[in-house]
Each structure stands twice: as structure tokens, then as C-alpha cells.
Design a protein around this ligand. Sequence first.
Ligand SMILES: NC(=O)NCCC(=O)O
Length: 384
Amino acid sequence: MAGAEWTSLEESLEKHLPLLDLQEVKRVLYGKELRKLDLPREAFEAASKEDFELQGYAFEAAEEQLRQPRIVHVGLVQNRTPLPTDAPVAEQVSALHKRIKSIVEVAAMCGVNIICFQEAWTMPFAFCTREKLPWTEFAESAEDGPTTKFCQQLAKSHNMVVVSPILERDSEHGDVLWNAAVVISNSGAVLGKTRKNHIPRVGDFNESTYYMEGNLGHPVFQTQFGRIAVNICYGRHHPLNWLMYSINGAEIIFNPSATIGALSESMWPIEARNAAIANHCFTCAINRVGTEHFTNEFTSGDGKKAHKDFGYFYGSSYVAAPDGSRTPGLSRTQDGLLVAKLDLNLCQQVNDVWNFKMTGRYEMYARELTEAAKPNYSPTIVKE
Ligand SMILES: NC(=O)NCCC(=O)O
């Protein structure tokens, strides 16, 4: 399983395929080829100085007679944790704030309107350890914790909607922890929050030790730039989770994640892309980068040797569109900012062609699922 020695699928294709083959492979793997965005030179210079990758692509929609294009620039941020996991909690948080601030400044130069960070971005992904301290100390209030205040500043000074996925402590309700995302309006006001609906119980993702399944349903946030939703990490394996955000009107669904190569790398390019197609919306898949080492070893409960790291977080963040096209991924190895220019008119245009909403038969599924969820349900199997 490749770690940091393999940069990206895209780099390998470019390096090894003859031009004509490359074009056909790209057509199948990425849909139609997207135009590269002409991002400002200072943005590339700043990104290179700060040592992160910057890429930008544009998704076009057809011109309409009655509607103006609905253009929005989204920014996806993937990053390593800059300090070792045994550094003091406050120092780790502050190093991450500093890192993200420098990336958001470049996003602002690129005209980004909505930015989203990776899952639990203020901390190492320590849930593999099953230890409580110090990891629970990273939890903060979604409404007025230090990270939310920090993001409010960013949002206001850059006129940017900020999606900030954090470990939430809800001290109003029994100090319960949640895996949440706070949505901050470009005015700087907290628009609301959403919580991770599906909690993994796979491999070292021992997240159920820390928090429960989200209880806020599938909220969609009306921002100045479009209607957005956040489907946190493992929720991307659940088509109905994507569907409910879409039914509530999401035009862009962010999927801030933390996932490793051994587990999910072959699924990664498919799931968010498929969700964009199936739900006539844009999806933005974001994954962290690198290997995080912990002080104490832990086992995976599989009889294999104990270890001190989760495995390799492979980055590869990308944006997918309702017509099935997608950007190339950011690299597997580097911090990065992916900027994508979207025309939200594409959602309705593709809906009118493919009609997945119209042909969805939701009433039939609602009826059948209501029955199937009952404890005494017996599956409809026709036998000879
Ligand atoms: N963070 C998280 O939910 N990871 C689970 C593994 C995966 O979904 O790939």
C-alpha cells in the first residue's frame, strides 16, 4: 500500500500514457476535460512559499435565456497536522489555525466564496487510540468555541462562507461530544451546525468510543452563494444520506473526511462522484494527508501486531459535478487548496436531461422502507 512515495494517480497517468490514450482515459475517469482556472500569479507564489499545492478548475454550464449563470468559487483544503500528536493540545490547535489561515489567505486571492476544511481539522485523527485524554480536550463549542471565533474572523475579513468540521462539545446538553461541522456565513455569523450521521465501526476508526450518530437530520444552509450541506466522512458510503441533503435542496454537498489508503482509496474516486450524478448536485470530497504517529500503541482487534499509527491519509481531494465530470485530485502527499468555479445552473440543467428526481419513486421507497424498518418485517422473496 503506497504511502508518501506515490504522488498521485494523475501524475502516473500523465507520465506513462501516450497522449491519445491519456485523452480517452481522462474522458472515462474524469468526464469531460475541465478548463484550468487562470488563478493569480501571487496566489501560486504564496502557495509555493507556504509549501502547499494550488490547483483550480472551472465547470461550465450552458447559457440560459431566463437565468443568469450562478457562479460560485469553492475552496477545498487538505493538510497534514503540523505538530507531533504529543505536543501540548493548545499548541497543536494554534499551529493548525496558523496553517489554515495562510491557506485561506490564498483562497481569498483566488476569489473563493465558500471554503471547507477537512474532518476534525483542529486535531490529529486520534480516535484510533480509544484513549480519552488528551483527545477529548480538542472538543469545542460549535457556537462560540475558539475555533468558531477564529473562523468567524476569517469569514468576515474575506467575505467567505467557512465550513469548519470540528469535534464539538455541547456543554448545554450534558457535555456530549459530537463530530460536527459549523457553517459560518460570509457575514461572520454562525449560520448553524450539522452532525455526522453515520459513525464508522471499521478498522481503527473507533469513533463510536467518542460520539454518537448525529441527531440534527440533514440541514441545508442557504448562503449568499448557494445552498450547501455537509455529509461528514463515513456518511459518503450511505447513498440515502446524500439523497436527504439533496432532497432538502443542497446544490453543493461537502464531504470532509479522514480516511486511509488500505481501507478506502479505491472507493474514494467513485463515491462522491456517484453522489453528484445521482443527486444532480456538486460534491466536494476532502481528505487529510500523511501519517499521524501516536505515543501509545493500539491493536486493530484482528490478531495482528499492535501499532502506533492509523495508516496513510491519502489526500486526493476533488470536486465532482452533476454531469459526472470531476476535477483531478489534489496530490496524495502534499497540503493543498483546490479551487473550483461552479455554475450552479448545471444542477437543474442535468436534472432536466436525466430526471433522477422526477423518476426517483420516493413514495414507493418510503412505503417499502417503513415496512422494512419494522422488527417483524419479512423480506419480499418470491419462491417457487
Ligand atoms: N472518518 C471516517 O469516518 N472514516 C471512516 C473510514 C472511511 O469512511 O473511509
